[in-house]
Design a protein around this ligand. Structure first.
Ligand code: SF4
Length: 447
């Protein structure tokens, strides 16, 4: 039997659905995908509070024939709000997050942990609508319930403000005529041999496909063979020198790590707003002086907003700097959020913004490049291109996303050893980012 997720998987890439059904053991679900799925589940549970007091149809971990029978029983007994209501039609099973009856008319609500409607959501809701209508439900409307990006948490979560239901009826009605033929097409495809579909944009969008390892193993070795890239720098001396001459000591190097909770955890934050929980700061008072390092890493206590302590320590530790380097505009964006959300620190934060200079500029504008940077100005490419002995691969936490997940995990874990090790890894990772900036500026100064 097909399902909503199989239908959308197959519509994105038939081979992905074929592999899911026939070679599921080849599937590799990344930690990031697992975290997204877990987050989706908890957001779905939270959204049920939008229509409280309903009945849960799915008592197992996944929707099945039993939850479909239970849904029909609830409907027959006059239940007006059903969570995970399950329906079967045209040999296809779907569950909808919330089914709600008002003034005698049913509406369905599919919950997504995003700030807006995406194209692939519309396909989800279209197939759900097809099955619900086909199974005989008098369905008046179909909504996608996503986060309200303008919601600012102040005190307890306001569920009615946090979520924003948006009717998709206008988009999904014209799609209905194509659903039956597409379901049939997918069924026939599943009866045949593995489809020969080359890798392409569908492998990473709208989701990272969980068969990428399997498919890339099939690409002939010759196609994958790496070109030998030169590490000899190509330098626009005038531009690099002009950049370096603009820099005044003391020079500080600043890098933030952030979490971005889907559901705002702290007052004065919005859905998915980035919340800095850590920074690393390398400081050099003059060209000849030694380099000192400072760090901030918040306690993982969900009752304490990490931003206030971070702001206060950062203001104190950057007071002497004439130049504050960041690498990418990310730090500037975070500082602007801090100014908006903590106006009491506005004056001091604006002083940091005034002294902020983006060290990525000479690399992004290709004033200093090597082939080994592979056209990228990301610090993860630039640093190993210039310092092959330094690699992020040696770190337990090797990128900002991993740091984000690692810190979020600490909110739910009591194991003191695990917490201590993770905190140490976070400190090492962030330290490496600002140390990398120190090294890159040294390279520019030598031009
Ligand atoms: S990796 Fe790409 S080609 Fe392979 S199954 Fe997934 S989406 Fe299809």
């Amino acid at each position: 039997m097909l399902s909503k997720s199989k239908f959308t998987r197959g519509m994105n890439c038939q081979k992905s659905l074929w592999l899911y059904v026939h070679k599921n053991e080849e599937r590799l679900v990344s930690d990031a995908s697992m975290a997204v799925m877990t987050q989706g589940t908890s957001v779905g549970e939270l959204a049920c509070e939008y229509f409280p007091g309903g009945k849960m149809a799915m008592l197992e971990d996944y929707p099945n024939i039993e939850s479909a029978k239970r849904t029909q029983e609830y409907i027959a007994h006059g239940v007006e709000t059903i969570y995970e209501g399950t329906f079967i039609f045209d040999d296809t099973l779907v569950a909808v997050d919330i089914l709600h009856k008002q003034d005698g008319k049913w509406s369905m609500f599919e919950v997504k942990s995003t700030n807006s409607v995406k194209d692939y959501h519309i396909k989800d809701v279209a197939v759900q609508y097809y099955v619900l209508k086909g199974s005989g439900l008098e369905l008046e409307d179909a909504f996608l319930m996503h986060f309200n990006r303008d919601y600012v948490r102040r005190g307890a979560l306001d569920i009615k403000q946090l979520f924003l239901p948006e009717s998709l009826l206008g988009q999904i009605l014209p799609m209905q005529q194509d659903i039956a033929p597409n379901l049939q097409l997918l069924r026939e495809m599943l009866e045949n041999e593995e489809p020969a579909i080359p890798m392409g944009g569908q492998c990473s969008s709208p989701y990272a496909c969980d068969f990428q390892d399997y498919c890339s193993d099939l690409i002939p070795f010759l196609e994958q063979e790496a070109k030998i890239l030169s590490s000899i720098p190509e330098v626009n001396e005038g531009e690099v020198k002009a950049f370096v001459e603009m820099i005044q000591y003391p020079v500080h190097y600043l890098d933030f790590e952030t979490i971005a909770p889907a559901v705002p955890m702290f007052d004065e934050s919005r859905p998915y707003q980035s919340i800095p929980f850590q920074y690393s700061l390398h400081c050099q008072e003059s060209e000849s002086s030694e380099i000192n390092h400072y760090a901030f890493l918040a306690e993982s206590n969900p009752a304490i907003d990490p931003r206030r302590a971070l702001i206060e320590q950062m203001i104190a530790q950057t007071r002497s700097a004439k130049t504050i380097f960041s690498y990418s505009p990310y730090e500037l964006v975070q500082l602007r959020y801090m100014i908006r959300d903590f106006p009491e620190y506005k004056k001091d934060l604006e002083l940091i913004v005034e002294r902020l200079i983006d060290l990525i500029i000479p690399f992004r504008r290709k004033y200093y490049r090597t082939e080994t940077m592979e056209g990228s100005s990301s610090i993860k490419k630039v640093l190993p291109a210039l310092f092959p002995e330094v690699s992020y691969n040696d770190l337990e936490i090797g990128d900002g996303m991993a740091a984000r997940y690692a810190f979020m995990e600490l909110y739910y874990i009591d194991d003191v050893n695990f917490i201590a090790t993770t905190r140490e890894n976070l400190l090492k990772y962030c330290h490496q980012d600002t140390l990398a900036m120190v090294k890159l500026f040294e390279v520019l100064k030598r031009v």
